[in-house]
Design a protein around this ligand. Structure first.
Ligand SMILES: C[S@@+](CC[C@H](N)C(=O)[O-])C[C@H]1O[C@@H](n2cnc3c(N)ncnc32)[C@H](O)[C@@H]1O
Length: 362
């Protein structure tokens, strides 16, 4: 058997017979060799005319020497067979090792290929995921920036329109984050110019109060804005702004500290209701106070407490609809006052407008 040939542990029938014959030949060799040498010795002794005793001794010696030589030959063959078996065992071991290493190599190659394919698939998926997430993020940022730019342009346009619609003799201070934004201010001024409300209540005094009073003056409306502030210092600032803009005839700023109020099943801090005792026939109610900090749905009592003081068809506007609290207030008011129409205004800070039913709708 040569290296590289497949070794078959099963022997064929012929091989088995050959093996058996070989074993038997090895066993018979000393006897055959002894007999052959004995016969040759007898033949030689007899041809030389030796006596029967000599012939007999010669035969015995020939038998013994032949047997010894035969046994030696058998051992030599057996030794050669053992070497051959050793060689076969070694070849078989080499063959097994080669096969195992081939299998291991193939197995490893397959595993490396599979692992690489899997890793590359995961890698590609991760890259695709990251690219997609980044694209979405960029899109979202673009939308936010676009929305912000649109808002700023809309606010600027609103401010330009405000200046054109209503004359103010003095510059207005920078609005800041606490004031109503220009889009809502424009809407309030538009309401005044169009609907001519006689009584406007502005919850949370400030620039909105002054703009609405200026719109009343501009339209020649015989009415007033009553601005309510829980904080005397802000009430005073609004008064001074009203004086500077020459609208004191149309503007009254009231200080109404926050007190505990209970309406239906709900209690909370709100403007002292005594501040509203004389206010009947409100045509426009702006709800931009009190500030929400520290109190949940701080502006909620406005409509439940004041709706009896509103004229039919009056408008109520709630600022800051981008806040969760204000959204909940709108939902609750909508449920409590089913005949009231509600619309959302797409303003910078969001707003909701409620229109009270006219007399015949009530
Ligand atoms: C949202 S602000 C009302 C703004 C007003 N409607 C306007 O358009 O200017 C509500 C209340 O916050 C308070 N306030 C106004 N400016 C403030 C400021 N810069 N910091 C803290 N509170 C302020 C005032 O008491 C005001 O009544």
């Amino acid at each position: 058997m040569k290296r590289g040939e497949r070794f078959s542990p099963k022997r064929s029938g012929k091989a088995r017979v050959r093996m058996l014959a070989k074993v038997m030949a090895d066993r018979a060799l000393p006897i055959v060799a002894g007999l052959v040498l004995a016969v040759l010795s007898v033949g030689i002794a007899w041809s030389l005319g030796a006596s029967w005793l000599t012939i007999g001794l010669t035969a015995a010696v020939g038998l013994i020497i032949g047997g010894i030589l035969g046994q030696g030959a058998a051992w030599a063959r057996a030794g050669a067979g053992a070497g051959r078996r050793q060689e076969l065992l070694v070849l078989r071991t080499i063959d097994t090792v080669e096969r195992e290493s081939r299998r291991t190599r193939d197995d490893l190659t397959q595993r490396v290929r599979t692992g690489f394919a899997e890793a590359s698939k995961n890698h590609n998926a991760a890259i695709a995921g990251a690219v997609s997430a980044t694209r979405e993020e960029v899109k979202s940022q673009h939308r936010t920036t676009r929305r912000h730019v649109d808002d700023q342009v809309a606010l600027l346009e609103a401010y330009v329109q405000l200046q054109r619609l209503v004359d103010l003799p003095r510059p207005m201070p920078r609005a800041g984050t606490w004031a109503a934004s220009e889009d809502l201010l424009l809407w309030l001024v538009g309401e005044v110019l169009e609907k001519h409300p006689r009584l406007i209540v502005d919850l949370g005094s400030g620039q909105s109060s002054v703009w609405m009073a200026a719109a009343m003056r501009h339209a020649g409306i015989q009415g007033r804005v009553v601005a309510i502030d829980h904080d005397e210092s802000y009430a005073e600032s609004t008064r001074r702004l009203g004086e500077a803009q020459g609208v004191t005839r149309w503007l009254e700023v009231r200080h109404a500290p926050l007190v505990s109020v209970t309406v239906d099943d709900r209690s909370g801090q709100w403007y002292d209701p005594a501040a509203f005792d004389d206010l009947e026939g409100i045509g426009l109610l702006s709800v931009d106070g009190p500030p929400g900090a520290g109190s949940e749905q701080a502006r909620w009592p406005a409509l439940p407490l004041l709706h009896d003081r509103l004229v039919p068809g009056a408008r109520v506007v709630l600022d800051d609809l981008i806040r969760r609290d204000e959204k909940q207030i709108v939902a609750d008011w909508h449920q409590r006052f089913p005949g009231v129409d509600v619309r959302e205004l797409d303003f910078e800070k969001g707003a909701a407008v409620f229109t009270m039913p006219r007399e015949r709708d009530r």
